[in-house]
Write a protein that binds this ligand. Sequence first.
Ligand code: SF4
Ligand code: SF4
Length: 134
Amino acid sequence: MKDMFIESLKNLFRKPATVKYPLEPSPTPSNYRGLIVYKEELCIFCTKCEMVCPPGAIRFTYNEDGSKEFHYNPYLCIYCGECVRACPKPGCLIQVEETAPSATEEELPNWDDLERKADESKKRWLQARKKKKS
Ligand code: SF4
Ligand code: SF4
């Protein structure tokens, strides 16, 4: 009981173990797998990376002509590497030993809007494709 009390007192004066990332820079841990870098010129737009991404940090929006645009949210990414493993084009997605840069609230991507746009544009594209086929 006495030890616990002393430890609690010490904790009152210790620096917090957490940082306010992304508002403050995050230290890079050892064996860190890192930020995703995407090379559009190698991409075949199969969307496998989007399908396997656990937190939904990769989303595609669909243009009217059927072309797709890749979007990545480094602040949502958990750096698991699933997208890199799933990508059929070597070098199209790579992980670099860097964290996403710290950002102010205003600089953070508006991911809710982007997700809405991705869902709606995909729906429109699927409907247009269905219409074309019938
Ligand atoms: S590393 Fe993981 S979390 Fe990050 S984009 Fe790829 S699949 Fe998603
Ligand atoms: S898995 Fe690779 S090739 Fe397929 S859309 Fe994603 S980045 Fe492009």
